[in-house]
Design a binder for this molecule. Structure first.
Ligand code: ZN
Length: 699
């Protein structure tokens, strides 16, 4: 690890901050906090904290000493000056006299001494920052340091690495007690005449200090580099990694994992968690180690990881992933094997909860017992979350946990914070507050594949699904248009939208698109099979018949290619599924010389019904939307003019000629797909979205 401090960049921070009325002290605090936050080997997703002691002027013009310390909810990687709210220092120092303080009293003390009443609550480690005298203080949970501090005798190891400049603080949970313990250890160390360069909190993390932002930051980097250097001398235990093509294994395995987790956690049908996988060389080598299962069942590398990963991961050994095919007898065994393992994990979690409550004589509300991390040798680490963002945070944390376990085992033995101490953090009211709770959006937990999504009805539907909380794979054969749509949708939906270019006329491309959904989100619940075209022609001619044949490919068989690929995934999940087809009023009320289109769309309705009949017994729902005259790309290239002429009206009138006399929009069709995606008692149904067309009333 090396310093990324750049004087020029620091200068830029100072100038930009000055333009916003922020002083140099806070500007440089912001700069080095971000430097720490940008390196996952130092801190992850809201972990770690930083501070600076400075002065502030009150409303009455009085200058007072304040601590500017990281506020809850800020991430060091993206922290702004407002992310270090100012707290009056004097009352914090006075409180050091107290023998004990509850967490609630501590939060109240911090909040009532904020200079800005609307500022975020200062970090739970604020008092520790306050009681250390240095101006700038940095705190991280660096991987390399944890490899030294998560040891049966971490103190000896750390003394070997850091020498007399080390202040060692035995494990105490964050809060008032830790702040006092740490400050007392620091004061005693300094009184004894030794330099205090590095403070290591046993099984937790590291603090460095300095009179400038640069000095404190560079001490952190130096301390972590020394830990890395110590570790690099010891070779990690080698393992053999699996050589089979992982993407195929992932696509096959994830729907089973997702289905079992959805079922056991009581998710409604057609909904489930997101399961994402990560497999680097280092991860695969770790999973191939003979002691990987044992190491992964010990505990978290630093206490606050427990909120992301639970105390332990679930190791899934010898799963028959490779030979499995949905519908084969082995499928049941794969699903059963996963279910047994997850149930076993949950009962161990329940036992841990009961045991801890009894041992501590406390009564707590138990959180769900389901694993967040599943380890599959040869495949990778699977992270589970309500959203892909959440699953990726789990993966980030666990990827670094693997680094810590690997290094700790190489230099000694991995011995992190105990189950009892982890329980205190997992069930600590202040840490629980970090996890946001809110009502699930209507399509939260649904993974949808929308075809023909680069424009028109497909695009409107994909946008509506995403707005309602679904994770959506948008599919289209037009690569450029799809790229633009993805860019625009990503700005609002972030990682909940992904794309795949596919020509669905090819069954293999439909299969590949569904595979991408599985590898990205863990499975598929809803298919909006929308892609198609609108060929005209007279069936009684050779040309008309050729167009009919082509239309059967684009407007009928493509739908089956997608449905078939999705069906295999839905069966693997075992949670039912929802097929939605974009039919057309042409299926009921064909227009003149529109045979190639109308015949294929009529067949599509038959296809929809057939799936409803054949799949109902295992929870598959199949429905269609019967839309008419939506101004989309389908009507481009003269088709609108030609269809209007065929009905003997102007183009605008053509689009409004329905019982309601209003033009029907792509958004109207999207709403119908949304409705059907939630209509759990509806299958084999056609929802009409055409403004009212008596000749096309379904009958
Ligand atoms: Zn910490």
């Amino acid at each position: 690890m090396r310093s990324r401090y750049d004087d020029e960049e620091a200068g830029r921070y100072v100038r930009e901050a000055a333009a916003q009325g922020v002083d140099e002290v806070l500007a440089l605090r912001t700069y080095t906090a971000r430097l720490l936050g940008k390196d996952g080997a130092l801190v992850l997703h809201g972990g770690g904290n930083t501070s600076v002691k400075t002065t502030a002027t009150t409303l009455l013009g009085e200058t007072i000493d304040v601590l500017r310390v990281k506020g809850s909810g800020w991430d060091l990687a993206t922290i702004a000056p407002a992310g270090h709210p100012a707290v009056r220092l004097a009352p914090l120092h006075e409180a050091r006299r107290l023998a004990t303080m509850t967490d609630e009293d501590m939060v109240n003390l911090l909040r009532t001494n904020l200079l800005d009443a609307s500022a975020p609550t200062p970090s739970v480690e604020t008092l520790l920052h306050a009681y250390l005298p240095a101006r700038y203080i940095d705190h991280t949970h660096a991987d390399a340091l944890l490899a030294l501090a998560d040891q049966p005798d971490g103190e000896t190891l750390c003394r070997r690495v850091y020498g007399p400049g080390l202040v060692w603080v035995p494990y105490v949970m964050p809060g008032f007690a830790l702040a006092k313990r740490c400050a007392d250890a620091y004061d005693a160390h300094v009184r004894s005449g030794r330099p205090a360069e590095v403070i290591v909190l046993e099984r937790h993390g590291i603090f460095t200090m300095g009179e400038t932002a640069k000095a404190s930051y560079e001490r952190m980097i130096l301390a972590v580099a020394r830990a890395e250097e110590y570790i690099s001398g010891k070779k990690p235990l080698a393992g053999t990694s699996c050589a089979s093509p992982r993407s195929e294994l992932e696509a096959r395995l994830l729907p089973y994992l997702r289905g079992v987790l959805a079922k056991l956690s009581g998710a409604p049908s057609e909904r489930g968690p997101v399961v994402a996988v990560r497999a680097t060389e280092r991860i695969l080598a770790f999973l191939a180690r003979p002691d990987a299962e044992r190491l992964s069942s010990i505990g978290c590398a630093t206490p606050d990881h427990v909120l992301r990963t639970k105390p332990t991961a679930l190791f899934l050994r010898d799963l028959p992933v490779a030979e499995d095919r949905p519908g084969s007898p082995a499928t049941t065994s794969l699903s059963d094997r996963i279910e047994q393992a997850v149930v076993g994990y949950a009962s161990r979690y329940d036992a841990y909860f009961a045991e801890m409550c009894a041992a501590k004589s406390v009564s707590k509300t138990k959180m769900d017992p389901w694993p967040r991390v599943l380890l599959v040798p040869g495949v990778g680490v699977c992270g589970v979350g309500k959203t892909l963002d959440e699953a990726r945070i789990v993966l980030d944390v666990y990827e670094h946990t693997i680094d810590v376990m690997t290094d700790a085992a190489a230099i000694g033995a991995y011995a992190p914070v105990s189950a009892s101490d982890l329980f205190d953090v997992e069930y600590w009211s202040l840490e629980q507050a970090k996890l946001k709770k809110g009502a699930d959006p209507m399509l939260g937990g649904a993974v949808a594949v929308v075809t023909g999504a680069a424009s028109g009805i497909g695009l409107a539907t994909a946008m509506r699904f995403v707005a309602l909380g679904a994770h959506v794979l948008i599919v289209d054969r037009r690569a450029d248009a799809l790229r633009d749509v993805l860019g625009a949708m990503t700005r609002s939906a972030g990682s909940r939208v992904a794309s795949c270019v596919a020509d669905l006329v090819q069954p293999s491309e439909a299969q590949a698109a569904v595979s991408v959904a599985c590898r990205t989100f863990g499975g598929v619940d809803v298919v909006v099979s929308n892609a198609g075209d609108a060929p005209e022609g007279d069936l009684g001619t050779e040309e008309g018949e050729a167009r009919l044949r082509a239309s059967l490919e684009t407007n009928l068989l493509t739908h089956n290619h997608v449905a078939r690929a999705a069906l295999a995934v839905m069966k693997a999940q075992g949670r039912g599924g929802c097929l939605l087809f974009n039919a057309s009023k042409a299926a009921w009320n064909p227009g003149p010389r529109f045979g190639p289109y109308a015949v294929a769309k009529a067949a599509l309705l038959a296809l929809m019904r057939q799936y409803a009949i054949d799949g109902g017994h295992w929870g598959l729902r199949s429905n269609a939307v019967n839309a008419d005259r939506i101004r989309t790309a389908l009507f481009a290239g003269g088709v609108a003019e030609s269809r209007a002429a065929a009905r003997g009206v102007e183009v605008d009138a053509y689009f409004r000629s329905n019982l309601l006399g209003r033009e029907v929009l792509a958004d109207d069709v999207a709403e119908a797909f949304v409705y059907l995606a939630g209509a759990r008692a509806t299958t084999g149904c056609v929802v009409t979205v055409d403004g009212g067309n008596a000749a096309a009333f379904p009958r």
